[in-house]
Design a protein around this ligand. Sequence first.
Ligand code: DGJ
Length: 672
Amino acid sequence: MSESRTFVVSTATTKLTLIVDEERRLRLQGFGNIDHSASLPLAYPAAGDGWVFEPAISVIHADGNTSTDLRVIDAKYGEDELTVTLKDEVYDCRVALSIRANAETDIFETSVRIENHEAGEIVVESMASSSFDFGKADWHLTQFRGDWADEANMETERLGAGIKVLDSKLMVRAHQFTSPWFILSNGPLHETEGEVFGGSLAWPSSFQFVFEKMPKGNLVATCGYNPRGSRFHLQPGEALDAPTMIWAWSGEGSGDLSRKLHRYMRERVIRDGDRLRPILLNNWEATYFKFDEAKIESLFAGAKDLGMELFLLDDGWFGSKYPRDGDHQGLGDWMPDPKKLPHGLSRLTDAAKELGLRFGLWFEPEMVNPGSELCERHPDWLIQQPSRAYEPQRNQMILDLANPEVRDFAYNVLHETLLQYPGISFVKWDCNRYVTQPGSPYLPANRQSHLQIEYAKALDHIMDRLKEDHPEVEVMMCSGGGGRVDYRSMRCAHEVWPSDMTDPVRRIFIQWGYSHFFPAMALANHVTRWGERPLKFCFDVAMSGSLGMDVDVAQLSESDRCFAKSAIETYKRIRDVVQFGELHRLESPYDGARCSLLFRLGERAILFVYASTAVAASDLALRGLDEGQSYRVKEINTVGGSGLEATLDFRHILALPEYVELTSSVFEITPI
Ligand code: DGJ
C-alpha cells in the first residue's frame, strides 16, 4: 500500500473514518460529529518514537528497543467491519486493530491483537483497546463510582488540562469502586440534547481509562486493561488480545445513548435477551447463614403463595468439616452441609418442583476460606505472595485461576453441581473480594506480571464453558453487589445483582446510574425489609427492573402479604413493557425529590414516579409517547382503592398530585 486510503465504518446515523496517509500511518479523520480533516491525529499512537503523550501501545522489542513505529501493511474492509494490520517499520511486530459497527444502535466495538514475529521475546508494556482523539469540544466526563452498597453514583466534571484517569487495580471484584463505563458529553450531561459518547470496556478485571487534554486543547481517550503491573512477555509466534471496547454514540443526549446501549445489550450481550426474567425469592436477607431444610421449604410456600417463579438458595448451603455457618469458613467445600441439609440438594429441588417453582443456587467458585478442606489440601492454589502473611478480605482468599488445574476446579464446582442436580436452573455467581497481593504460586518468578491477563483468560474460559455446557441455566452475575459489571461478564449472564443496597431510597439512585448502561431486564431488583420502607414504595422501585424478593413471606403482615401478591400479579402483566421496552428517564433523583421514568413498548407505556421526600403537586412532561396522540392514564399497583385516572392531550403533560415522603405511583398509559 503506498497511496492514501480512506476507510469508513458506518452505522445508521453516524460513522467512524480512518485514513492511511502516504507514509502508511493510520489516522483518524472523524467519529460522530468530530471532524479531524484538518489535523488527522494518529489513530493508535505508539510509545517511544516521537509520541510523548499517553501511548496506545508500548512494546520492548527483542533487541531492547523501547520504541515502536507502526505502519499499515494490510486492511480487510467490509461495510460494518474493518481490520487494519500495522507493522513496525523495522521489527516484525504486528498490531491488528479491528472495528465492528452495530448498524442499528450506532455502536462500535474495537479490539486489538499484537503478534510477535521477531526473533526473540518481546514485552508488551501496555496495549489499549482503543485510542480516540475527540477534538476540542467542551468535554465533560461522567463517571459511575461508589463502593459496596453504594454503587454507580454519577459524577460529571468538565475535563481540564492534563490527565484524568478512571481506573481499577483490583483485578477481581474489579468494579467495586468504579464501574468500567463512562460518558463523554459535549457540555454538561443532558438527557435529551448534545453529542455524547458512551465507553465501556468488556473486561472483568483491572482497567484504565486515560483522558488527556493535549496542549492544543483536544481530548484523547486511551482505554483498555490496566497496564500497571501487567507487563506481558510474548515469545516468537505468540499473540495477545486486548479486550473489546464498546463505544456508543448519540447526537441527542444520554437518554438516546442509553436506549441504544440497552438494545445492543439485549440483542448482542446478555443471554436470552428476548426472554422474560423470572420473579424470584432469594433467602439471603431473610435468613443470612441461619437456615435448615425445614426453614427453606417453608420459604418455598411463601414464594408459591405470592406467585413467584423461582427460589434462589444463597450462601451457607455447603461445608462439612468447616460448615458455612458464617463468612469465616467453608468456602471452597462445595458439598451440601449434612447438618443443615441432611437430604442434600435433591430434596430441595424436588420440593420446589412439586410446587411448580424453579430452583437456583449461589456459588462463589473463585474463592476459598483459609478455614476449608480445600485450603488444607491445596495451600498452593491461593493468590498470594512469597514471604507475605495472607491478607484476607471477608476472611477469604482468591484462587489462582492462572493455574489451569485450579481454573478447572472452579469450573467443575459449577458444572458438576449442575450435572448432579438437574433441578437447578439458575446460578448466582458471586465474588466477594479483590486482589491486594497479586502473586501466583503457579506462574514462574519472571511471569508474575501475567496474572491479571491469565486470570481474565481463565474467567473467559469458565464463562464460555458454562454457557455452552448449560445453555438452559440462567446466571445472575454478582460480586458483593456490583463488583463485576462489565459487558464481557454479562455475555455469560442474564442479569446482574447491581448492589446489596436494597433500601429503595438509596436504590433509586443506584438503579438510575446503572440504567445508563444496563437495560431494566438485566438489573435484578429485590424487595427487602432493608430500611423498613412501606412495601408499596419498595415494590414500585423494584418493579422498574427484574423483580424479586428477599423476605420471609411468613413474617409479612396479612395486608402486606395481600399487597405483595397483587403487586406480583401486576408486575407479570407489565413486565414485558419494563423488560423489553424503551426507557425514557424523565426526572432525575439528583435534581429533586421526585424521580420518574417511563418505559414504552409498542402502544403501551408504564410510568413510575417516586417521592423519597415530600413533593408539591406539579406537572410532569412525559416523553417517549407518539406526537399528536392522546392517551389514557390509569394508576395501577395501588394499595386498596382506585388510583388516579386522567387523559393526556397531545402535549402529554400529566398533572401529578402532591406526594408525601416515601410514596410512589405506577401508571399504565394507553392510546385513546
Ligand atoms: C454478597 C452478595 O451481594 C449478597 O447478595 C449475598 O449473596 C452474599 N454475598 C452472600 O455471601
